[in-house]
Design a protein around this ligand. Structure first.
Ligand SMILES: O=P(O)(O)O[C@@H]1C[C@H](O)[C@@H](CO)O1
Length: 315
């Protein structure tokens, strides 16, 4: 772990606001919408106007993202028509599997909230557990299943703080109104219905991809997609009073064979002179995850931008 407990005191975070005050023009200093860019999705900030990038290294309390496809900077800019909505994007996030403490993982979300962000769009790359959500589908997350949270690995563990609720409800964690804005945006962009699905995100710690039995378990438990991020950020955002919308890009199927081929059957059939067809050996890789992110970056960007435009219009 890089630290045990990140300093999230108002004073410490405010020191970043002072630093940003020296780096940003006035019109970018109070972003209304935040974006977290998932693996391979940093291009979500490609069309920010008046864009200014601030490396995490020039800010206090930020870690360094060590995962390929994740930069380590905040991008500030304007999005949408006319004067534009001030926005901030995390180009690169922190994952617990990199060795970051959960308080470091969620720290940028807390900074965004203090800067004035009211709505946060969190993106990620995820594996599909549902044949109805093929590779390339964008999934609007409506709920989560977080085994680490249920077993004592939760970013909100710790002494009560007067500015936060002690017992945070999660039944409305995924904003109904932001999800409505997202589906209105998908309609306005004339995306086919199959391009954007809905589902439940299972958070696992990683860094291993799921074994077939783990995939079957998560699917039986009600998850639609699985990934190694996002839920800690959702919890911190909700604790800060920020509305949250999560988009998972399906980059691969989690291998869930209905039935394992028996190797005994395979060998017996071979020796009897009636060999079975070769059994498929499928493996997911981060390179494949990044490649799908690249392929879908334009549609993800268009969807996020249109959603932000509609949020600004109160749709
Ligand atoms: O940051 P995200 O959740 O988009 O990244 C996913 C999960 C792992 O970090 C990585 C695995 O390929 O991609």
């Amino acid at each position: 772990m890089t630290d045990l407990q990140q300093d999230t005191s108002l004073e410490f975070i405010a020191s970043n606001i002072d630093i940003l005050g020296t780096l940003l023009p006035e019109q970018l200093l109070k972003p209304q919408v935040g974006i977290v860019c998932g693996s391979g999705l940093s291009t979500l900030a490609a069309s920010f106007r008046e864009r200014v990038e601030v490396p995490y290294s020039s800010l206090k309390g930020f870690g360094t993202s060590t995962v390929p496809g994740h930069k380590s900077a905040l991008a500030f800019g304007l999005l949408g028509p006319a004067d534009g909505v001030p926005v901030v994007a995390m180009l690169g996030r922190f994952h617990a599997y990199e060795g970051h403490s959960l308080s470091t993982v969620v720290y940028p979300v807390r900074v965004m909230a203090r800067l004035g962000v009211k709505n946060l769009i969190i993106t990620n790359a995820a594996g599909s557990l549902d044949p109805g959500l093929p590779v390339g589908t964008i999934v609007s997350i409506r709920d989560h299943l977080a085994l680490p949270n249920l077993t004592g690995f939760n970013p909100l563990l710790g002494p009560a703080k007067p500015q936060y609720p002690r017992f945070l409800p999660l039944s409305t964690a995924y904003s109904h109104s932001l999800r409505r804005a997202l589906f209105h945006a998908a309609h306005q962009l004339a995306l086919p219905a199959s391009a954007v699905g809905e589902g439940t995100y299972a958070w696992v710690s990683g860094p291993t991809y799921e074994s077939p039995a783990e995939g079957r378990f998560l699917r039986a438990a009600g998850a639609s997609v699985v990934g190694m991020s996002t839920v800690p950020e959702v919890l911190a955002a909700r604790e800060e009073g920020v509305e949250v919308c999560v988009l998972s890009l399906v980059t691969n199927f989690v291998v869930i064979p209905d039935r394992y081929r028996s190797v005994r059957e395979e060998v017996d059939a071979e020796l009897a002179g009636t060999p079975l067809p070769p059994s498929p050996q499928v493996e997911v890789s981060h390179e494949e995850v990044l490649a799908i992110g690249k392929e879908k970056s334009e549609v993800m960007r268009a969807l996020v931008e249109k959603t932000i435009e509609l949020i600004g219009k109160g749709v």
